[in-house]
Design a protein around this ligand. Structure first.
Ligand code: PLP
Length: 387
């Protein structure tokens, strides 16, 4: 069989400036990283609170390995449902203020699994145009008819809901903080529409968990909408510094997912050390609000500095600052020039973002120092003058 298409496809990506390569990172995840052998300031991580390398997470993971060993050995429904999975789910439910919670092996698996469990052929999904790839794939997998509404456009969403057959089961799905733009969904308006048109709501709090709302429980908690949102999904690998994902909601929702969700059922359970890290992370997030305060102060200061240099940063209300460049090739040139000068701000290109909106996705951490931000601003200024 000829595999010539592989070379052709790779060449096509290179010609379009869309070819990607892995960068090697040495050392632990922190405000600085060793990238391809050089120390750089890290503005490319979702480790927003800077706890991925925290001693209490590491100690919890080590203790779990000593007590429970390394692997879970089987899926949750066979023999992999270990004490720490249940302990974490009880803690997540309490953290989120819901009846129950269920842990998933990743946010990607959670989104594809939840969507394809809740709706199917003959049903309808209403999905924001900038939702994450895992949500898009979940919509496809579900076989429900998917209406994509313009980003955060409540008027178009209303029209689509109005035109949907009343017999169809309906589900609205949105991120609360959008991963590539950092803006916030108009959740209160979405909830009103969902109630008016009898639709279910699913939110993805991947980039909100740990940093928004009371105790860092997310945007739903910040807005006090917990009672009105059926499915609250979030991840454990971003601000919580570990790995995995969760869904929080009613006990009945949890039960249905355990029974019907293929990405929960047919996969080996996460290792106990990963559960232990998440348990320690929730304690840190709740008990150390000063981390959120430091993060917001860093956001304010970098945003102010970049705007002062004439950069456009969109409508971000989070630690994700999109610095739109436009064309993919130029975007990677700017990203490479920053990296050469010690600032790691990853260029993001299609298909992750729409064509013509390639950008630097600059992300802040609570652990960036004022000196690091100041130094980065000098580099941004110099690179702007060069490119
Ligand atoms: N949802 C959003 C909005 C994301 O940005 C991501 C990113 O990774 C995911 C889901 C997937 O989560 P995970 O990395 O845990 O698979």
């Amino acid at each position: 069989m000829s595999a010539g298409f592989i070379d052709t496809e790779l060449q096509r990506l290179k010609d379009a400036a869309l070819y990607r390569r892995l960068r090697r990172v040495d050392g632990a995840q922190d405000a600085t990283l060793i990238v391809d052998g050089r120390e750089v300031i890290n503005f490319s991580s979702n480790n927003y609170l800077g706890i991925a390398n925290h001693p209490s997470l590491a100690a919890a993971a080590k203790a779990a390995i000593d007590r429970y060993g390394c692997g879970a050995g089987a899926s949750r429904l066979i023999s992999g449902n270990m004490a720490l999975h249940e302990e974490l789910e009880a803690k997540l439910a309490e953290f989120k203020g819901t009846e129950g919670a269920l842990v998933f092996n990743s946010g990607f698996q959670a989104n594809t699994g939840i969507l394809s469990t809740l709706v199917g052929e003959g049903d309808m999904i209403f999905s924001d145009a900038l939702n994450h790839a895992s949500i898009i794939d979940g919509c496809r997998l579900s076989r429900a008819k998917t209406e994509v509404y313009r980003h955060c456009d409540l008027e178009q969403l209303k029209l689509q809901l109005k035109q949907a057959p009343s017999s169809a089961r309906k589900l609205i799905v949105t991120e609360t903080i959008f991963s590539m733009d950092g803006d916030e969904a108009p959740l209160a308006g979405i909830v009103d529409l969902a109630e008016r048109f009898a639709a279910m709501i699913m939110v993805d709090e991947a980039h909100a968990t740990g940093i928004f709302g009371v105790n860092g429980a997310g945007v739903v908690a910040k807005l006090g909408l917990g009672e009105r949102v059926l499915v609250q999904m979030g991840t454990l690998g971003k601000a919580l510094g570990g790995f995995g994902a969760y869904v929080a909601g009613s006990s009945a929702l949890r039960d249905l997912l355990i029974n019907r969700c293929r990405s929960f059922i047919f996969t080996t359970a996460l290792p106990p050390a990963v559960m232990a890290m998440a348990l320690a992370a929730i304690d840190l997030v709740r008990n150390e609000p000063q981390r959120r305060a430091a993060l917001w102060e860093n956001c304010r200061s970098l945003k102010l500095g970049l705007s002062g240099l004439g950069f456009e940063l969109g409508a971000s209300e989070s630690p994700i600052l999109p610095l739109i460049i436009g064309e993919a090739e130029k975007c990677m040139q700017v990203s490479d020039a920053l990296l050469a000068n010690g600032v790691f701000a990853q260029g993001i290109r299609p298909p992750t973002v729409p064509p013509g909106t390639s950008r630097l996705r600059i992300t802040l951490m609570a652990t960036h120092s004022a000196a690091q931000i100041e130094r980065a601003l000098k580099v941004f200024e110099a690179v702007k003058a060069q490119t």
